[in-house]
Design a protein around this ligand. Structure first.
Ligand code: TRP
Ligand code: CA
Ligand code: ZN
Length: 324
């Protein structure tokens, strides 16, 4: 959706307008903060909210400030990583999530995953969304992967704001040490054991979703998850392609290898946009999707707002759809 919304939380009225513009019914609108979901129709059938891009960008601005104050990065084992995790955790705790910090060691330094559970739903059917929160040491990592981290955070906060009570259990994760070789997500999947892994109905990964010269790539993995994302973009009239830049290059790989259904979105890294891709998506042919990939220029200036907005809304859509 291309509604221009300010950085504030949506009011009930704005949700109703957004819902109408999306062709939905006002009855499905989320209650305003402070009004419990129980007073309306069953929340589990409510439409997914439009994620406010201003809120996502506010999280990115904070991650940028954290990097700037900590030597220019948010890398594993550096103070900028822990500060990033503390920022995300405080938002989730205030919103009513049950948060867990999971410690591990990589390259002789302590790393952390952050897991946030939304109380309720079937504990034997967990729908999970995750993103890596660490940057490389050469830059602040705002597209890679502040973008996924901020969008997953804002989706979690939207669950809390709407009082969403889906049939399945919702879990959100922020991984450490992805840039060292998927260390945090491997640790989490290993620690779950086979019984824990069997309870995860799906894992959705978001790594680089606000590229400045963006493509719209959907992971070609679990068919139901893939279809959910494709349906969302088809509804907006936006063509998607299958992600081919590097299967297994992000935190869905350990889940996939353990037999968990996975999916995800990606807006492109150092590969160049073709003429055909520029024709359908706009942007600049012959240039990388993200010319600042793993560089010091991966700052808040390195974000494509439209891609970040669409992908954030797609995350919410998928989490709502897949948890019914
Ligand atoms: N963090 C990933 C990496 O550095 C980013 C990435 C590159 C990626 N190519 C990808 C993520 C393809 C998903 C799919 O490798
Ligand atoms: Ca939005
Ligand atoms: Zn990376």
């Amino acid at each position: 959706m291309k509604l221009l919304l300010s950085g504030r939380a949506l009011t009930a009225g704005a949700v109703a307008v957004a819902t109408l513009m999306a062709g939905g019914s006002v009855a499905g609108a989320e209650p305003a903060a402070g009004h419990p979901a129980e007073s309306t129709a069953p929340a589990s059938t409510a439409a997914a909210p439009d994620i406010p891009i201003g809120n996502v960008k506010a999280h990115l601005a904070r991650l940028q400030s954290i990097a700037t104050a900590n030597g220019g990065n948010r890398a594993h084992g550096r103070p900028g990583y822990r500060a990033s995790l503390d920022y995300v955790k405080a938002k989730l705790d205030a919103a009513g999530f049950t948060t867990t910090v999971q410690r591990f060691t990589a390259s002789g330094r302590t790393g952390y995953n952050l897991i946030a559970d939304w109380p309720g739903g079937d504990a034997n059917q967990v729908v999970m969304a995750g993103s890596h929160l660490d940057s490389v040491s050469s830059g602040p990592g705002i597209n890679d992967n502040g973008s996924g981290s901020a969008a997953v955070l804002e989706t979690a906060l939207a669950v809390a704001r709407s009082g969403h009570r889906p049939a399945k259990h919702l879990r959100f994760a922020w991984w450490g040490a992805e840039e060292l070789g998927l260390v945090g997500s491997r640790h989490y999947v290993g620690d779950l054991g086979s019984a824990g892994r069997a309870k995860i109905s799906g894992y959705l990964n978001f790594d680089m979703i606000g590229s400045p010269n963006p493509g719209y790539f959907v992971y070609d993995d679990d068919p139901a998850i893939e279809k959910t994302f494709k349906d969302y973009f088809a509804g907006l009239g936006i063509a998607t392609e299958i992600e081919t830049e590097g299967d297994g290059r992000s935190d869905h790989a350990p889940f996939k290898n353990a037999g968990v259904p996975v999916g995800g979105l990606f807006s492109g890294a150092d590969y160049r946009k073709t003429a055909a891709q520029a024709a359908k998506w706009g942007g600049t042919a012959g240039q990388p999707f993200d010319r600042c990939y793993h560089s010091s220029c991966d700052t808040t200036a390195n974000i494509g707002d439209t891609a970040l907005d669409r992908n954030s809304d797609a995350i919410a859509y998928a989490m709502w759809e897949l948890s019914q």
